[in-house]
Design a protein around this ligand. Structure first.
Ligand SMILES: [Zn+2]
Ligand SMILES: [Zn+2]
Length: 567
């Protein structure tokens, strides 16, 4: 079992113990173990009891449980607790903002055993009357429950990616001769994926479907399937899967029809033609031929949204989209100075060894005490270490940054004398997320107008499929960035992808540069930049407008000149 999944079991066990009001010392030993295991790089699977005990923070008891997980898939103590907890109550543990103790009250005092019962209790205003809850908490619970209901069965792009790739390989293995393409949400690089769709070219659809029975990842829904469409789900995740079986000659046409937003296909580009009419006319050998026949340049699937891409393609003015290989450095990262898993030096050498020219370290600022935010002394200590490392690692360069909390009134988190020591500052909101649009927008704009702000971090604070971001007026925020020469990050963590791609184009029109930032808390986190690149591309982002596609000298010069202007 992967380390992540093993750690998840211990996290759940700690929560369940708290839910059942068990001994706090025992709970602490579990949460400590979680912290210790998160730092382990090697696979826990296959480690012996003795090897596990050598891990700092892992005692005999925890080590034995890992061995048990490796053998049986879980451990007895967890199984026993799950047996005495209704599944709906376990689900309630996932509600943001309420811990196991509160869930216990909802369960024991309101007798809510399913999320539906809890939702009903919220609607009847019974939750707010419980001790320690109140109307605001009740509203938060209600919103969280509704949000989960709406998003059930949906996946993040990053979660769908691996699944879709494996399925594609399995289908190809079952039918080695056939042409098959992943289409739908995945191919359009949507940040949230509702189903996995494939187009398969075959002139013998029934025989082809029979071979699917050998694919273990697929569960067929016989009722929903037909001779030209296999429908069912991915057996492990339950995500809906559809494979359309089309005649070989129609393959390119069908791939295009299933790899574009309806608006892209329906938008007229002459008085009488749209892409639907072009596709209906004849069979094409490739998608490129279809666009050619329509008299326009080839449009990448991620751009097929029905905004202005057809117009640009007709004039042959489509942007040359950013590539991951265009990026020269990695900005917005955390180290062990705040809540990162790796030391500054580890983060830097790993980044250098990936072939990048620079790293921007931006740990949390002092107000983010829950995330180990840096006090003034820590800042200066870190900056001394950066100076030393820069000597040692040259020409590789570490830029001194901070992810400054944007406080409630929009101000940054340190006094001037500390603010001016940084090369760059990412300003982000992490607290008081329950604001209306007017307040949130004003708070961001105040931070953007602060001359020390270099970059705006995750503009809405959203966590896809987990929580909605605070509402903001994107255009006003982008206008303020344009006026104050502030870069906007595309936070590339698959849960965030914030700035949303729908606003990338507006930012580009206003001349605002974007930065593909992984917000890495671990050296693995650097890999997330690929998702940021996909989102940027979807919004039409080019290399020229990507800040961290600049070489190190230009970035250094940019930061320096900006700082000089403040004085
Ligand atoms: Zn942040
Ligand atoms: Zn961060």
């Amino acid at each position: 079992m992967e380390n992540k999944k093993i750690i998840k079991q211990f996290k759940l066990a700690a929560e369940l113990m708290e839910l059942h009001d068990e001994n706090p010392f025992k709970i602490r030993s579990y949460t400590n173990a979680v912290g210790a295991l998160e730092l382990v790089e090697d696979p826990l699977e296959g480690m012996s009891q003795a090897q596990l005990e050598e891990i700092q923070g892992v005692g005999k008891g925890i080590a034995a449980k890992i061995v048990e997980i490796n053998e049986k898939g879980s451990f007895a103590e967890l199984d026993q607790m799950l047996q005495v907890t209704p599944p709906g109550v376990v689900e309630m543990l996932r509600i943001k903002g309420i811990g196991p103790k509160k869930v216990r009250n909802l369960w024991k005092e309101l007798r809510a055993e399913t999320v539906e019962e809890l939702l009903e209790a919220c609607e009847q205003d019974r939750v707010s009357k419980l001790k320690g809850f109140g109307a605001k908490t009740q509203e938060n619970i209600k919103q969280a429950l509704l949000f989960t209901q709406q998003n059930r069965g949906k996946l993040l792009y990053a979660e769908g990616e691996l699944m879709a790739e494996q399925l594609l390989q399995s289908i190809k293995a079952a039918l080695p001769e056939a042409q098959v393409e992943l289409v739908g949400d995945m191919r359009r690089r949507m940040e949230i994926v509702t189903s996995l769709q494939f187009i398969l070219a075959t002139d013998a659809p029934v025989q082809a479907q029979q071979t699917f029975q050998s694919i273990t990842e697929l569960d067929e829904d016989v009722k929903a399937s037909g001779p030209f469409a296999w429908r069912g789900s991915h057996s492990e995740s339950g995500t809906p899967v559809e494979v359309k079986l089309v005649p070989v000659a129609r393959f390119a046409n069908e791939v295009l029809l299933h790899s574009a937003a309806p608006e892209h296909l329906a938008q007229p580009f002459t008085s009488t033609t749209n892409l639907l009419t072009v596709v209906r006319e004849q069979d094409y050998a490739s998608e490129a031929d279809i666009y050619k026949s329509a008299g326009m340049a080839y449009i990448e699937p991620e751009l097929r949204e029905g905004t202005n891409e057809l117009e640009l393609a007709l004039q042959n003015k489509l942007p040359q989209l950013l590539e991951l290989s265009d990026l020269k450095g990695i900005l917005h990262n955390h180290s062990t100075y705040s809540d990162g898993a790796h030391t500054l030096e580890q983060m830097a050498t790993y980044c250098r060894d990936m072939g990048y020219q620079y790293l921007g370290i931006s740990d949390h600022s002092k107000t983010a005490s829950y995330a180990g935010g840096l006090r003034e002394g820590d800042v200066l200590r870190q900056q001394r270490e950066i100076d030393e490392l820069n000597k040692k690692l040259a020409p590789f360069k570490i830029f001194k940054g901070i992810e400054s909390d944007i406080l409630g009134d929009g101000s940054l988190d340190y006094d001037r004398d500390i603010l001016q020591t940084f090369d760059f500052i990412v300003a982000s909101i992490h607290s008081s997320l329950n604001m209306d649009e007017k307040k949130a927008t004003a708070r961001l704009i105040t931070a953007i107008e602060n001359p020390y702000t270099t970059m705006l971090g995750h503009p809405t604070g959203r966590l896809l499929l987990r929580r909605e971001g605070y509402p903001i007026n994107h255009k006003m925020v982008i206008d303020a960035c344009a006026a104050n020469n502030v870069i906007i990050e595309i936070n590339s963590n698959p849960w965030r992808l914030d700035l949303d791609w729908r606003y990338v184009q507006y930012a580009l029109e206003k001349g605002v540069m974007l930065s593909i930032n992984p917000d890495a808390h671990h050296t693995n986190g650097y890999d997330d930049m690929k998702y940021g690149v996909l989102v940027g591309r979807k919004g039409g982002l080019t290399k020229d407008m990507t800040f961290n596609a600049k070489p190190v000298e230009e970035v250094e010069k940019y930061f320096k000149e900006r700082k000089e202007k403040v004085k």
